[in-house]
Write a new protein. Structure first.
Length: 140
């Protein structure tokens, strides 16, 4: 199965998915930024479709920009004109042409976190999974 990219945003200050946040995806190559798509999160804090579907997937450098400022204001989490966090850029690389890459954002008014998450590792052969399972302290 060809690779693809998904994302979602969780509002850690209110403990819920962050609906209505605009997200832009850019392809990065050297000094070049090329916008590929712009989407908005739904009630589950996710985009309705993969932000980069398998039909358009290519390995390389990318940047997601999360436009969090309007959401934080509308949610009543900030009142300042000049926000501590407004647009949040996450730059990352995707090297496996067959992987599901998932880049979530955990958001609060004064901090954020991200990581690479997905269940795609479960589709790997057992011999590749056993070391991961043991490293987590689980029995096989």
């Amino acid at each position: 199965m060809p690779g693809y990219l998904t994302t979602h945003i969780l509002d850690t200050a209110r403990g819920c998915p962050a609906q209505g946040i605009k997200i832009a995806l850019y392809r990065i190559s050297g000094d070049s930024h090329r916008k590929l798509v712009e989407m908005e999160t739904n009630a589950n804090g996710r985009t309705d479709t993969p932000i980069l579907p398998d039909t358009n997937f290519k390995t390389g450098g990318y940047e997601l920009i999360f436009f969090a400022g309007d959401y934080l204001r509308a949610a009543g989490l900030v009142q300042e004109d000049l926000l501590f966090l407004d647009q949040i850029p996450i730059r990352f690389g995707m090297s496996d042409p067959d992987a599901h890459y998932h880049v979530p954002l955990l958001l609060s008014p004064f901090g954020y976190s991200t990581y690479r998450g997905s269940w795609s590792f479960l589709h790997r052969p057992r011999r590749q999974l056993v070391p991961v399972i043991r490293a987590c302290g689980w029995s096989v």
